[in-house]
Write a protein that binds this ligand. Structure first.
Ligand code: PLP
Length: 377
C-alpha cells in the first residue's frame, strides 16, 4: 500500500498498536480538501479519515481495528438501541508550538469511562487499551489537528451493547468505538456570557440514578428541559437536586463554578460531588489550578436562594460553567420562575477569563504543564 503523505506522523509504520489491526482508509481526503474543512470546523460535524472499533465478546476484548471512518453495521435488535446500554467520553488533542500533538488528561477519561461502564453493567476497557486506541488514531490522523488557539481535535470514545436480543439483561457483546472531530474555537466571536434557565419542571439526576455516569440516556432525558430553557429565551438549563429542588447541580452538560470575594481573597466555589453530579475533568483541573493563580477553591452545596443573596450583596462576583467542549463559559444572566438576575452586569469577569487563559495556555503548550496533565502522542 502506498502513502503519499510526507508527514512521518502519517506513516502507519510508526503507529505501534499491538491490539489494533490497521487498515488505512482508501479514500483519505487530500491535503487541500482537509485544510479547507478544518479552516472552519465548528463542533462535531466533521470527522477524520479513521476510527477505531474494538469488539467485546466471549467475556473478552477482541483484536480491534483502526480503519476508515464510516457507518457501523448494526442489527435492528441491537440492545443499546432499545434499552440504552451506551456510554461515551470526550477529550481533546491540541497542537503544540513545536508541531507535536498532546492530549489533555486522557487517563482521567479512561478511568471515568470505566466508572460509567460499571454503573451501566458493562465491561471495563483496560485504560492501556483506551490510550493505545487514542494515541494510534491521533497519530494516523495528526494532519487533522487544527493549529489555532482555541482549536483542537475532539476525541469521542463510546461503548454500547450490540447483542441482537430483546430480553432485558446486561449485554454479552459490546462495541468500543473511537473517532475524532476537529473542533473550532467555541466562541469564534470572543467569549460571551450565557443566559441560563433554572429548571423546576425537570431534573437531570436523582440519588441512586445515573447522574455520575456519562451515559447516553442522561442526555436524552435532558433535551426537553433544554428546549424549555430555549423557549424561555435562555441558552442553557441549570439543574437542581432532585430531592430538595434547591441545591444547584450543573448547567446542561457542564459543571458550574461561583466566584466569591471574601476578605480580599478570591474563592472559587463549585457544587460538591454528591453522586448526582457528573465529575468533570475540567472541574477537577480548575480546582487544582486555582492555587496557581492565588485563588482558594472549595467544594460545597449552594442553594438557589444563596445564589440570589450572594449576587445581591456583591459577595459573588462571577459565575461560569466548565467542560471539555467549551472549556469555560461565563454565566451572565440567570432566569427562573419568579426572578431574573445578572451577574457582573452580564459581562465576562476577570477571574473567569484568567482561569480560561491559564487552562488554554497549558493545553496549547504556551504555559508550563506543572501538573503533568498533557500526554504526548
Ligand atoms: C461531560 C460532562 C461534564 C463535563 O465534564 P468534562 O470532563 O469537564 O468534560 C459536565 N456535566 C455533564 C453532565 C457532562 O456530561
Amino acid at each position: 500500500m502506498h502513502f503519499p503523505h510526507p508527514d512521518p506522523l502519517n506513516d502507519t509504520d510508526t503507529v505501534n498498536t499491538p491490539n489494533l489491526t490497521i487498515t488505512p482508509s482508501t479514500h483519505r481526503l487530500s491535503d487541500a480538501e482537509r485544510t479547507k474543512l478544518i479552516s472552519n470546523p465548528g463542533f462535531g460535524r466533521i470527522f477524520t479519515d479513521h476510527m477505531v472499533v474494538i469488539p467485546y465478546r466471549d467475556g473478552a476484548w477482541q483484536q480491534g481495528e483502526l480503519k476508515a471512518y464510516g457507518p457501523l453495521n448494526l442489527d435492528p435488535s441491537c440492545s443499546a438501541l432499545h434499552y440504552g446500554q451506551a456510554i461515551f467520553e470526550g477529550f481533546k488533542a491540541f497542537s503544540q508550538p513545536d508541531g507535536s500533538v498532546k492530549t489533555f488528561r486522557p487517563e482521567a477519561n479512561a478511568e471515568r469511562f470505566n466508572r460509567s461502564a460499571a454503573r451501566l453493567a458493562m465491561p471495563a476497557l483496560p485504560p492501556a487499551l483506551f490510550m493505545e486506541a487514542a494515541d494510534a488514531l491521533i497519530k494516523l490522523d495528526a494532519a487533522w489537528v487544527p493549529k489555532a488557539v482555541g482549536e483542537s481535535l475532539y476525541l469521542r470514545p463510546l461503548m454500547f451493547a450490540t447483542d441482537p436480543f430483546l430480553g432485558v439483561r446486561p449485554g454479552s457483546e459490546y462495541l468500543f468505538v473511537l473517532f475524532a472531530s476537529p473542533a473550532g474555537a467555541y466562541f469564534p466571536q470572543g467569549v460571551k456570557p450565557v443566559t441560563v434557565w433554572i429548571s423546576e419542571d425537570y431534573v437531570r439526576a436523582a440519588p441512586g440514578g445515573t447522574g455520575e455516569a456519562k451515559c447516553a440516556g442522561n442526555y436524552a432525558a435532558s433535551l426537553a428541559a433544554q428546549s424549555q430553557a430555549q423557549a424561555k429565551g435562555c441558552d442553557q438549563v441549570v439543574w437542581l437536586d432532585a430531592v430538595h429542588r434547591e441545591y444547584i447541580e450543573e448547567m446542561g452538560g457542564m459543571n458550574l463554578f461561583f466566584v466569591y470575594k471574601e476578605n480580599g481573597k478570591t474563592v472559587l466555589v463549585t457544587p460538591e460531588l454528591t453522586g448526582t453530579l457528573l465529575p468533570g475533568i475540567t472541574r477537577r483541573s480548575l480546582l487544582e489550578l486555582a492555587a496557581d493563580l492565588g485563588f482558594e477553591a472549595e467544594e460545597r452545596k449552594l442553594t438557589v436562594q444563596q445564589w440570589r443573596d450572594d449576587v445581591a450583596t456583591g459577595r459573588m462576583t462571577e459565575a461560569f460553567a466548565c467542560g471539555t467542549a467549551a472549556v469555560i463559559t461565563p454565566v451572565g444572566t440567570v432566569k427562573a420562575n419568579g426572578f431574573e438576575m445578572t451577574i457582573n452586569n452580564g459581562q465576562n469577569g476577570p477571574v473567569t477569563l484568567a482561569l480560561r487563559d491559564a487552562l488554554l495556555g497549558i493545553q496549547h503548550g504556551t504555559a508550563a504543564d506543572t501538573h503533568h496533565w498533557m500526554h504526548a502522542i
